[in-house]
Design a protein around this ligand. Structure first.
Ligand code: HEM
Length: 407
């Protein structure tokens, strides 16, 4: 571990400490007071804490997500299926491959296709609410997770019947990025990667025979024209399904107590203000707190000299509360004039699905509160003890339903 103590303050905080995971914001405030960059001893790398520094790191051409080949751990046969998918994932590659694949994925994600999914998302939200019991029941399982999972499957063109299975595979794979990775997590991720890949190969073969007007058919067309390899097609489709629901489900869950406690809730959820409200929910309680960047060439960030082989962290959730940008940033205010936050990341790897995620939240939250005007949280919700994915494990609520508005 390189010694950064002569450049930046050193801080210690166990990222698996439940009290910290429940509310990491006092720690983030403490970090920002120490400096734009501090050394987080438990992780063994420096982290950027403020908005401008996080933006600088994420946009810097000498820094990237992919771990240089020489520093990658030796391939382990027991993780072969997982590694194979990772190898071509947008999140694990850099230009020029990243530029080529991302451009194709963006084309398949074009604006009209996102707008076209709005009606199916509101129908999904209504269907899920129709099926809610009065409670108590877990709103995360009954609404937030299925809405996010079914929206992304609908968008990609995978049948809703598979949403639950995809969610299980995806959860097992995403667990590999959490602070609690262990042999058990690895075994489950490997099994999930193999089954997910087989399932996806089947869908791709079907779309090859009978193309549809969906994201996967579009990727199949790119593969046919030679712009995308078979493995890249598979990895991209699986990444979209994985990345496409966990973070959105957590954001939806995170927003519920914030909105319940907010006195101007009805106005905040009205059509003219919902876009700003969703941005404030993302800024105030983002679902993803920490990402890392690898150093490819020497660079100095906020006075800290970084060398090839070093890692630097970006604390997105701390940047979202930067006092220099939002002087009253510790207050949840859907009506504030928004400044660009970092919940979706910045630069080359910034969120490809941000427009879809925003749409799901802009539909899913107003429908929930309009159809369940008496929504009440009956037990303090538990934050899942998984630093990195900040969201509720469960949220016990009761509801009294209003019928859907007649169209
Ligand atoms: C509220 C919901 C979401 C949040 C907060 C979120 C956040 C993020 C963040 C912070 C990154 C950047 C990671 C980095 O730079 O290291 C990212 C990347 C990505 N996200 Fe999202 N995301 C959300 C929803 C979605 C959805 C719905 C999809 C797909 C439909 C998606 C697909 C992706 C993909 C493919 C990448 C990788 C992009 C690349 O490497 O070029 N995300 N997301």
């Amino acid at each position: 571990m390189r010694d950064f103590s002569s450049f930046v303050p050193v801080v210690e905080q166990d990222p698996t400490d439940p009290a910290f995971v429940e509310n990491p914001y006092p720690f983030y405030r403490h970090l920002r007071a120490q400096g734009d960059v501090v050394f987080w001893k438990d992780y063994g790398f420096p982290v950027a804490t403020t908005l401008e520094t996080v933006r600088q790191v994420m946009k810097h051409p000498h820094l990237g997500r992919a771990v240089p080949k020489a520093l990658r751990p030796t391939a382990r046969p027991e993780l072969a299926a997982f590694d194979k998918l990772e190898q071509h994932s947008l999140l694990e590659i850099e230009p020029p491959d990243h530029t080529r694949i991302r451009k194709l994925a963006m084309q398949a994600f074009a604006g009209p296709k996102i707008a076209g999914i709005a009606i199916p998302i509101s129908q999904l939200a209504d269907q899920l609410i129709d099926a809610l019991p009065e409670g108590p029941f877990d709103l995360i399982e009954a609404y937030a997770k299925p809405l996010a999972a079914r929206s992304i499957t609908a968008f990609l063109g995978v049948s809703q019947d598979h949403a639950a299975r995809l969610q299980t595979w995806s959860n097992a794979m995403v667990a590999m990025y959490q602070a609690r990775r262990n042999a058990d997590v690895e075994r489950q991720a490997e099994a999930a990667a193999g089954e997910f890949a087989d399932f996806m190969r089947g869908i791709i073969a079907e779309r090859r025979k009978v193309p549809q007007n969906d994201f996967i058919s579009q990727l199949v067309a790119f593969q046919r024209s030679g712009d995308l390899s078979e493995e890249e097609l598979l990895s991209t489709a699986i990444l979209l399904l994985n990345a496409g629901h966990e973070a959105t489900a957590h954001t939806l869950g995170n927003a519920v107590p914030l909105l319940l406690d907010f006195t101007g809730r009805v106005e905040a959820l009205a059509p003219g203000s919902i876009a700003g409200t969703v941005e404030e929910c993302l800024r105030f309680r983002p679902p993803l707190h920490l990402f890392t960047r690898q150093v490819y060439q020497p660079v100095t960030v906020a006075g800290v000299p970084l060398q090839p082989g070093n890692t630097i962290g970006c604390l997105l959730a701390s940047a979202c509360r930067d006092d220099a940008v939002w002087p009253d940033g510790e207050k949840f205010d859907p009506f504030r004039i928004q400044h660009r936050h970092t919940a979706f990341g910045v630069g080359l790897h910034s969120c490809l699905g941000a427009a879809l995620a925003r749409l799901e939240l802009q539909i899913g939250l107003p429908v929930l509160f309009a159809r369940c005007p008496d929504l009440t949280i009956v037990e303090p919700p538990r934050v899942a003890n998984l630093y990195h994915f900040h969201g509720y494990e469960a949220m016990q609520v009761t509801v009294r339903q209003a019928p859907p508005p007649s169209t």
